[in-house]
Design a protein around this ligand. Structure first.
Ligand code: NAP
Length: 490
């Protein structure tokens, strides 16, 4: 007989993998439902996930602060419309303290194995620690395996070289010549933040990006006081911004012909016109449609790249040498520090963890070609394992906190059945997963991501891998699990 909670439900054992925004959320929601038997394994030495890892100058979230907050923990102290990484990290720390999440987290332990014996998951960490779980919530995140470019001679560089997500915080850039490889969100934020500090800044651009301007006004003391005295004001603001974001942005990118997307493109074009030098402007002009690649949203980038100490190098990189970066035109760009703003391997999710289901289904085989999941959350043959922000979910310019809240709530509805004794194991059926995948691929063709550019949104076949329907559709699909799509085992 399983142990029972005071209300007669089964007292289930949970392991949450990862203590980032989704892992912290999972613990809070599990506790709210009366489940106390929860352990979080976090491979880093602190919570926060991507916000703990990414501490490069200028790191910030380009999703409005009121949306990039938990619905149950509005933060009246946000200093601006869009928050810095440090402020988000402080917010996550505070939420974890306020909701007593810390006591459930085990740091510096990476889960490397999860094997289901037909009864429970058996987990092992990299230090050899064993644990068991009835249910796993995998909140492993998307941006946690760095993409290191294969640049010839990288090891020969005599200066400091590091990725934006492992920034060398002890290094002063004052008076240094700094090269940055990449023009994604991380690079653009870094450029704006360091240009005034460094002696020279050289941005190595392989592909020009569209940049949507951002108006990052501060919240005044009066506004903050109003938020503090009446939390309902901020909740209303959250709902309004969420609506605007869903209609004006999320729905626009999944319909390449939408008027809302045309408006976004126009704003990007107008922003580019602030670059006065025609040659520089031409080199900064992308050859693809706005939002085809993950849109960069930033204030001040074009100002920064037009500073006298900044230069844009749009020739390809031939190799890295002791003293700098040699481009294909033969020019050596001498630098002291090389920053790789080259992004992440975004198709890893749970991997490289070894995951084996009760009938021998292996995640490594199921995902041998590419990661596939039913509704981005679960894999056939791997019961009671729910991913938060897993493959093919709404990613990119969305609030991953909003997405995670919907997914955790959906998973916990399935957990409720297990706790009530309706069934013991639940995994999506192969049929439901395949038909979801087919529909997803078909819909992906209509999105702006499929309009002819290279980006991390595309899988190895060139099919966009983000949620291709509207955000409203995602909310609808997350509202109630359709049990017919699942294999239920007693
Ligand atoms: P990214 O968007 O993947 O950009 C990587 C950049 O590195 C691209 O410009 C890419 O060029 C370049 N690159 C890669 N390999 C290269 C090579 N061998 N030679 C030259 N250039 C190379 O990475 P990211 O900027 O770190 O952003 C990743 C994601 O994190 C974002 O898309 C976003 O979702 C998230 N993020 C969000 C925020 C935020 O404000 N919310 C901030 C930072 C990051 P190509 O374009 O030619 O491939």
């Amino acid at each position: 007989m399983p142990d029972l909670l005071s209300d007669g439900r089964r007292d289930l054992r949970f392991v949450v993998i990862g203590a980032g925004v989704s892992g912290i959320l999972a613990v809070i929601r599990l506790r709210e439902r009366g489940f106390q038997n929860v352990t979080v394994y976090e491979k880093a030495s602190r919570l926060g996930g991507t916000w703990h890892d990414n501490r490069y100058p200028g790191v910030a979230c380009d999703v409005p602060s009121v949306l990039y907050s938990y619905s149950f923990a509005p933060n009246p102290e946000w200093s601006r419309r869009f928050s810095s990484g440090a402020e988000i990290q402080a917010y996550l720390e505070k939420v974890a303290t306020d909701f007593d999440v810390e006591q459930s987290i085990v740091y510096d332990e990476e889960v490397i194995q999860a094997i289901h014996d037909g009864h429970r998951w058996h987990l092992r960490t990299d230090s050899g620690r064993d644990d068991e779980a009835d249910v796993i919530l995998a909140a492993t995140g998307i941006f946690h395996h760095l993409f290191m470019p294969a640049l010839d001679g990288l090891g020969d560089f005599s200066g400091d070289v590091f990725h934006t997500a492992s920034w060398n915080e002890s290094l002063s850039l004052d008076g240094r010549r700094v090269g940055i490889v990449g023009t994604g969100s991380s690079a653009v934020q870094t450029v704006g933040a360091i240009v005034d500090e460094v002696d020279a800044l050289v941005l190595f651009q392989r592909t020009a990006q569209w940049v949507l301007p951002q108006n990052n006004n501060v919240y005044t003391d009066e506004e903050k006081a109003a938020f503090r005295s009446d939390p309902a004001i901020q909740i209303r603001l959250h709902d309004e911004v969420s609506e605007l974001f869903a209609e004006g942005f999320a729905n626009a990118v999944v319909d390449a012909e939408s008027p809302a997307l045309a408006k976004i493109a126009q704003m990007c074009h107008e922003n580019l016109l602030t670059v006065t030098d025609p040659d520089l402007r031409a080199r900064l002009t992308p050859d693809h449609r706005a939002a085809c690649k993950r849109l960069v949203v930033a204030e001040g980038f074009y100002d920064a790249i037009q500073r006298p100490n900044a230069s844009l190098v749009s020739e390809g990189i031939a190799r890295i040498e002791t003293g700098g970066v040699r481009t294909v035109d033969g020019v050596l760009h001498e630098i002291d520090v090389l920053v790789l703003a080259t992004g992440f391997q975004v198709d890893q999710f749970l991997r490289p963890m070894e995951v084996v289901g009760p009938t021998g289904v292996k995640l490594s085989e199921a995902w041998a070609e590419r990661p596939i999941a039913y509704l981005s959350m679960a894999v056939p043959g791997l019961p009671n394992l729910f991913m938060v922000n897993g493959p093919n979910g709404p990613v990119g310019n969305f609030s991953l906190i909003e997405v995670a809240e919907l997914q955790v709530e959906y998973s916990l509805q399935l957990v409720d059945y297990i706790a009530a004794g309706d069934f013991r194991l639940v995994a999506p059926s192969v049929e439901a997963t395949e038909s979801h995948e087919e529909a997803r691929i078909q819909a992906a063709g209509k999105t702006v991501w499929a309009t002819g550019c290279k980006s991390w949104y595309l899988d190895d076949r060139g099919v966009p891998m983000a949620w291709p329907w509207s955000f409203r559709e995602f909310q609808r699909r997350m509202s109630t699990p359709d049990l017919d799509s699942y294999v239920l085992t007693n």
